[in-house]
Design a protein around this ligand. Structure first.
Ligand SMILES: Cc1ncc(COP(=O)(O)O)c(C=O)c1O
Length: 459
């Protein structure tokens, strides 16, 4: 933290401080005395007011708007603790409805015989999916009298950071298959070089964070079928469908990526992304109860009754579960299809308009999830780059990050737009107008801008 920018003592605006109240408070120490609730409210309200405008944030996947009926439900439920299933049995029941609906949406052979749970987001859901893969591999190897000290997980070099965390925190060797201009996603190419008897599973992504592209899960499964025929290795897939899990069923129903493929053991999604719920909510569902080893489930009795739990957290908010149920009831299949379809139309329109501006080449065209990335055309000389464009657009309030691609492609910078519900065609036109103005400004530079602080990829 740059201390020069932060005053140690916060001055309380005399308009807010009531007679007899302190007019100062320390910033890095808990104040000694209490203050009136109105004064504390005003300080927090004012300090957080300078956060960005979420509607202009085209960097995040996370929902920032829900209908006022959902807001009402949220207010009614913000005190519910999801873990306290004895106190809130209805919320627990509703959680089961939600993941059973997801199991059905993702074509589980017997949705009512699957097992799943809610989480704080896809990161936790991925950890649980990864842990189940690891434990199943361990139990099988132990039964065969084989060593279990070198588990590895195979995935694209463009995985979201949660998979790197999983491998780091749970002692699993990450094996990254590098993406390239020829293989823009993990597509099964040379997979046999990465898997072996210590592979606990393969991660396939439906909606790569860097670009929004789908990985062809059916193709990956076929390559694994071939590997099994040759070597006997039976390797399962976890699908990280953080975004695509709530897009593909509605917009690309013929894409076979889910439990229709026998090799898919588990799937996660973020309720708070295209599930259209406020943060933080994720879901993970296993194909059947055998896919989630019983040895991972804890039974706790502190809250009354005996509750099975498989989660990294204990207490966490339960309100989002009710909001997800509200969204499922409110939109239904056809409603989700319409909302996601409208979002996808805007994304494809934006991709096409950005391509027409001139200096850019699209990495992808938003035909998977409503997310796309572009790069500067090769062999053209400019005094500016995508980082400069990102800075210029930020001055107008738009948050559109530029970042390097992962290992093997780190020389390539891309810029990405995530379109969410709420970015309509009017706002899209405004963005294109702003982009054209800023590109024209940058094109007039007769020398490069001073190098700015270049941030890495913010997932
Ligand atoms: C593919 C993928 N997996 C996992 C995550 C982590 O999701 P969450 O933010 O819900 O923890 C993301 C977030 O962008 C993602 O894109």
């Amino acid at each position: 933290m740059n201390e020069k920018l932060f005053r140690e003592i916060m001055e309380i605006n005399p308009i807010y401080a009531r007679p007899g109240e302190n007019t100062e408070a320390p910033r890095f120490k808990m104040p000694t005395d209490a203050m009136l609730p109105e004064t504390a409210y005003q300080i927090v309200h004012d300090e957080s007011m300078m956060d960005g405008n979420a509607r202009l944030n085209l960097a995040t996947f996370v929902s920032t708007w829900m209908d006022e009926r959902a807001d009402k439900l949220y207010r009614e439920a913000f005190d519910k603790n999801a873990i306290d299933k004895d106190e809130y049995p209805e919320t627990a029941r509703i959680e089961t409805y939600c993941w059973t609906m997801l199991a059905d949406l993702w074509h589980a052979p017997k949705p009512k015989e699957t097992i799943g749970c809610s989480t704080t987001g896809s990161s936790e859901a991925c950890m649980l999916g990864g842990l189940a893969l690891k434990r199943r591999w361990q139990e099988k190897r132990k039964a065969e009298g084989k060593p279990i000290d070198k588990p590895n997980l195979v995935m694209s070099s463009a995985v979201q950071v949660c998979w790197k965390k999983f491998c780091n925190y749970f002692d699993v060797e990450p094996r990254y298959v590098p993406i390239s201009l020829e293989h823009k996603v993990l597509d099964g190419y040379e997979l046999e070089k990465y898997v072996d008897e210590n592979t606990i599973g393969v991660v396939a992504i439906m909606g790569v964070t860097y670009t929004g592209m789908y990985e062809p899960v059916d193709k990956i499964a076929k390559v694994l079928d071939g590997i099994q025929e040759k070597t006997g290795l039976d390797i399962q897939i976890h699908v990280d469908a953080a975004s695509g899990g709530m897009i593909a069923p509605f917009l690309q129903p013929d894409n076979v990526w889910d439990f229709r493929l026998e090799r898919v053991a588990s799937i996660n999604t973020s309720g708070h992304k295209y599930g259209l719920v406020y943060p933080g909510l994720g879901w993970v569902v296993w194909r059947d109860c055998q896919s989630l080893p019983d040895s991972l489930i804890f039974k706790v009795s502190y809250l009354g009754g005996t509750m099975p739990t498989f989660a990294l957290n204990f207490s966490r908010p339960g309100a989002q579960i009710l909001l997800q149920y509200w969204a499922f009831l409110r939109y239904g299949f056809e409603g989700y299809k319409k909302v996601q379809g409208a979002t996808s139309d805007v994304a494809r329109y934006l991709a096409n308009e950005i391509k027409k501006i001139g200096p850019f080449e699209l990495w992808n065209d938003a035909s998977d999830i409503p997310v796309f990335a572009w790069m500067m055309k090769k062999d053209q000389k400019h005094n500016w780059g995508l980082y400069d464009l990102s800075d210029r657009l930020r001055m107008k309030g738009w948050l559109i990050p530029a970042y390097p691609m992962p290992t093997n492609l780190t020389d390539l910078t891309v810029q990405r737009i995530v379109v969410r519900n709420g970015l309509g065609m009017d706002l899209a036109d405004q963005l294109i107008n702003d982009m054209k103005t800023e590109v024209a400004y940058l094109e007039k530079l007769d020398q490069p801008l001073p190098e700015n602080h270049r941030s890495g990829f913010h997932h």
